[in-house]
Design a protein around this ligand. Structure first.
Ligand SMILES: Nc1ncnc2c1ncn2[C@@H]1O[C@H](COP(=O)(O)OP(=O)(O)OP(=O)(O)O)[C@@H](O)[C@H]1O
Length: 272
């Protein structure tokens, strides 16, 4: 006999309301390998190269660096995810692969829309003024010219480059590395991104800029995007992200609530 649940009071009350979460990035068993060419000297003769070509073996002068080793996770709309780990653990490599700038060797990465990696998408030109770079960067992100004109003063104000004089009209080569990084962040953050990838950008500014940019990351997250933030500045991660992924030697060590993951990472780092 088939049990009838529909219509029973008990069954109606027991049903929880589940809001479906929308995945924006799916990383499935991803492996990323750099191949470093060590120069022609070690390659040997032309005959040896031909033999390798026929036998499909790799050249002895190519060294492989297995930077990301079988990482799997799913990011959802509305999340801000911190990426932490020791130097060389694969954080930047993973971000670059999510942005589509590096191929995966095995596994797969799926992303909604075109993820924007801060600092690369906004390729700034040293000989142009900050203001011209704002225009170019915004147009490159697909904004309309009238939108760019309206947003330019806001972007310059946000970056704080004019705090010590009119630097916006000077060529970018006259900027300190911190000022350039702030301008890049300000340009990228002016647009609503489906997936925004930020690599250490918040660490470059002074305290006032850091507060402003953390606030902006929160706004971007609320406007339904997903934000990834790579930083060694654990306080930035704590203030901005509710979920954190810890990588170590290319492997995923932990993925969970920021406080728990940072606590585990700190005790690992203190014991090193
Ligand atoms: N262009 C490259 N060619 C070859 N190997 C690379 C390249 N870039 C990074 N690597 C190697 O890949 C590994 C991961 O580097 P990655 O920069 O992703 O680490 P990270 O966690 O971002 O480090 P950090 O915290 O120091 O910025 C390291 O072993 C590094 O030496």
């Amino acid at each position: 006999m088939v049990e009838q649940f529909a219509g029973s009071d008990e069954a109606t009350m027991a049903l929880p309301t589940i809001t479906p979460r929308t995945p924006t990035v799916v990383v499935d068993e991803a492996h990323i390998v750099y191949r470093v060419h060590m120069g022609a000297a070690a390659a040997g003769s032309a005959a040896a190269s031909l033999r390798r070509l026929i036998k499909r073996t790799s050249a002895p002068n190519v060294r492989e660096v297995h930077a990301v080793k079988g990482i799997t996770f799913t990011a959802y709309r509305g999340e801000a995810i911190g990426l932490i780990g020791s130097n060389g653990s694969g954080k930047s490599t993973l971000l670059r692969a999510i942005a589509g700038l590096l191929p995966v060797d095995r596994g797969a990465i799926y992303a909604q829309g075109q993820p924007s990696l801060l600092g690369v998408n906004a390729a700034l030109l040293n000989d142009l003024s900050g203001e011209r770079n704002v225009t170019l960067g915004c147009l490159a992100m697909g904004m309309r010219p009238d939108e760019v004109a309206r947003l330019t003063p806001e972007i310059i104000e946000f970056s704080g480059i004019n705090q010590r004089g009119d630097f916006a009209s000077l060529p970018m080569r006259t900027y300190s590395s911190g000022m350039a990084a702030r301008l890049r962040f300000a340009i990228a953050a002016a647009k609503k991104h489906e997936v925004l990838l930020i690599d250490e950008a918040l660490a470059t500014g002074d305290k006032g800029f850091r507060k402003r940019s953390e606030q902006r990351v929160r706004e971007l997250r609320e406007s339904a995007g997903t934000v990834f933030l790579v930083s060694h500045q654990l306080s930035s991660i704590r203030d901005t992200c509710e979920r954190t992924i810890w990588l170590e030697s290319g492997e995923l060590r932990m993925d969970g609530p920021t406080d728990e993951v940072i606590r585990a990472y700190e005790s690992f780092s203190n014991g090193k």
